[in-house]
Ligand binder design. Structure first.
Ligand SMILES: *Cc1c(COP(=O)(O)O)cnc(C)c1O
Length: 217
């Protein structure tokens, strides 16, 4: 399955983040040995022991909701935070990155789904922020956007939501990052909908179940 997914991503030049949440380090190692280096976790409490136990050339992605008071635990090593949904969080990431002499790459998470439970910003909010707002956080570099579609079998709806995220990407780039080549990532697509996401321009898919099997609970 791993090799097949890589093959599907190739024509889109998209990256794979293997989502290892709830799975043991042994499962991570099996993919690691096949060459996979980007892994995603959604909880800091689970990411920390995995970071400690696993090879240090793994690039860890934090894909779940992140509380500001937890940033300090991951700031020294996290590769990309996909879930920035407030300026307070961005401020804290900037502060902790500075402490560790790093620049931490971040994605702005947008709410595109129907469900109310999913976190994320709205374009309507961002469109009112001053265009230079992100310059205040030089140690937190915004490299793109992330979003999750509604959990539904309705192919058309999922496609429309990903298309909206793509449009948001374009608008955020035009308003805030038009001179920033680093702003280039569109993180969208999971096990059930990554093919639709690729059609809509995803540069990074986050896949768990298809690679590791179903999660319990
Ligand atoms: C769990 C999770 C995924 C992966 O979901 P699968 O359906 O198992 O592929 C992707 N993105 C986020 C934010 C997640 O929490």
């Amino acid at each position: 399955m791993y090799q097949q997914i890589l093959k599907e991503l190739e024509p889109h030049a998209a990256h794979l983040v293997a989502v290892s949440k709830t799975k043991p380090v042994e499962a991570v190692m099996i993919l690691y040995e096949q060459g996979q280096r980007d892994f995603g976790e959604n909880r800091v409490q689970e990411l920390l022991p995995k970071y400690e136990a696993l090879p240090k050339d793994i690039r860890w992605h934090l894909i779940g909701h992140l509380q500001s008071n937890k940033v300090k635990y991951i700031a020294r090593f996290v590769h990309l935070i996909h879930s920035v949904d407030s300026l307070d969080l961005l401020r804290e990431i900037d502060k902790q990155a500075l402490k560790h002499g790093r620049v931490i790459d971040c994605l702005l998470q947008f709410h595109i789904a129907e469900e109310e439970t999913k976190f994320g910003l709205l374009w309507e909010e961002l469109s009112e922020w001053p265009t230079e707002v992100f310059e205040a956080f030089p140690h937190a570099r915004i490299t793109g956007v992330m979003g999750m579609a509604t959990f539904t079998d309705d192919h058309k709806q999922v496609k429309a939501e990903f298309r909206r995220l793509r449009e948001i990407f374009d608008k955020v780039k035009a308003r805030f990052f038009s001179h920033e080549p680093a702003f280039c990532e569109l993180s969208m697509g999971m096990s059930d909908d990554y093919r639709i996401a690729l059609e809509e321009g995803s540069t990074m898919v986050r896949i768990g179940t298809l690679l590791f099997g179903a999660r319990e609970g």
